[in-house]
Ligand binder design. Structure first.
Ligand code: CTP
Ligand code: MG
Length: 383
């Protein structure tokens, strides 16, 4: 008799309905960009391709629906509305599951190695529940107020991670008899008397809770990305009356700059550098001067669009450096405002943006005061 392997099919529930209060940021951590894509998208992309996973349910808060839809685009996941606590969010997710088995995972753990899912699936051949765990390498102890209390034998404790695997009806039944708001389901199952198999977890699965965790996760995500540099150059001729637009700031000057748009030579050079960093052509290709749409246009639109194109390719913008080349107007008094404004448009912290200026010692067209030139360099990281 041939042995017919029973294939277990899992629904992955990814809980993403939290507010991330300990991160202290405006946008909840699961919707923040981490190494080119949102934390939640990392979590989904780590689970969705696994052959044992048939469906992915993402549990979000009611007021996050619009943000989630924008972030998830046409990813084949089902959105479920969560609850006040993590465990209520899980309960809501469980109610929508149709498969015999389920994996329950935190969106705040963006990097899930496929090997951990393999271990969970194989543990589920013989158990109704399984969780990844790590042993502590640090010495452990209890605090006694602000002083050191008794030691805890580190061999007696383990760290519990997600995703956790369950037979769907087993975890549903376990939750039925459970009140309170546990922080994971393995605990719920164990409390209901179910044997929970332990499999080896992975430090890649550490949860993002604080800004420090986020920085560590960024470093991990960045390890697999390659730095790329883009350069941009632009010139506009003086004509008519001032002011001149430089970096989105109206700088008083007796002459203006001529151009099809608002002739912001600084924003144009940075736009070209951004496009160059990801090999997406140049500003003329994306915003043809022949197109009347761009007549007199605010160059902020060009820069913001280029930044979006770069990020849509999964790239992270690291830094911008630009040099304005002119005898006048004096850039120094406006430099900080330009830096702040460019950082705002690019959604960067201001110290990642540098604006410099030089003259050409009265030589050449800039030296004769015929126009302004600008060079820019942009650094990005990309897979
Ligand atoms: N979660 C959820 N529903 C809630 C609370 C939390 O789906 N009502 C999710 C979070 O989005 C996260 C996971 O549960 O993916 C783990 O929770 P935690 O790290 O505590 O996230 P937050 O609750 O968002 O953060 P904080 O506790 O700092 O507010
Ligand atoms: Mg929480």
């Amino acid at each position: 008799m041939p042995v017919i392997a029973r294939v277990m099919k899992f629904t992955a529930i990814i809980v993403a309905a939290g507010s991330g209060s300990r991160m202290g940021s405006d946008v909840p951590k699961q919707f923040q960009m981490l190494g080119g894509k949102e934390v939640l998208v990392h979590a989904i992309d780590a689970l969705l391709p696994h052959p044992a996973i048939e469906a992915v349910h993402v549990v979000i808060a009611a007021d996050q629906e619009r943000m989630a839809k924008a972030v998830l685009g046409d990813k084949s996941v089902k959105l479920v509305i969560g609850g006040e606590t993590r465990s209520q969010s899980v309960r809501n997710g469980l109610a929508a599951v149709e498969t015999s088995h389920v994996l329950i995972h935190d969106a705040a753990r963006p990097f899930c190695p496929g090997t951990v899912i393999d271990r969970l699936v194989s543990a589920m051949e013989t158990h109704d529940a399984a969780t990844p765990m790590l042993r502590s390498v640090d010495t452990l102890a209890q605090p006694h107020g602000a002083l050191l209390g008794d030691g805890v034998d580190r061999e007696t404790v383990i760290r519990i991670q997600t995703p956790q695997a369950f037979r769907t009806n087993v975890i549903r039944d376990a939750y039925e008899g459970h009140d309170g708001a546990p922080t994971d389901e393995a605990r719920v199952a164990a409390a209901a008397g179910i044997d929970v198999a332990l499999v080896q977890g992975d430090e890649m699965l550490d949860k993002i809770t604080t800004p420090g965790d986020f920085a560590r996760a960024e470093a991990l995500a960045g390890q697999t990305m390659i730095p790329r540099t883009g350069m941009g150059f632009d010139v506009h001729q003086f004509a008519g009356e001032g002011p001149v637009m430089l970096g989105g700031i109206a700088v008083p000057h007796d002459k203006g700059l001529s151009g099809h748009s608002d002739a912001d030579v600084l924003l144009h050079a940075i736009t070209d550098a951004l496009l160059g960093a990801v090999s997406l052509g140049d500003i003329g290709l994306h915003f043809p001067p022949s197109d009347p749409t761009w007549k007199g246009a605010d160059s902020e639109k060009f820069l913001a669009h280029a930044a979006k194109l770069v990020r849509d390719m999964g790239a992270v913008i690291d830094s911008v450096d630009a040099t304005l080349i002119c005898e006048a107007p004096k850039v120094g008094p406006h430099r900080a405002a330009m830096q702040q404004n460019i950082a705002r448009i690019l959604d960067l912290v201001p110290d990642r943006v540098s604006v410099k200026a030089t003259t050409t010692e009265r030589l050449g067209f800039t030296g004769r005061g015929e126009g302004i030139a600008c060079q820019a360099v942009v650094n990005v990281r990309m897979k």
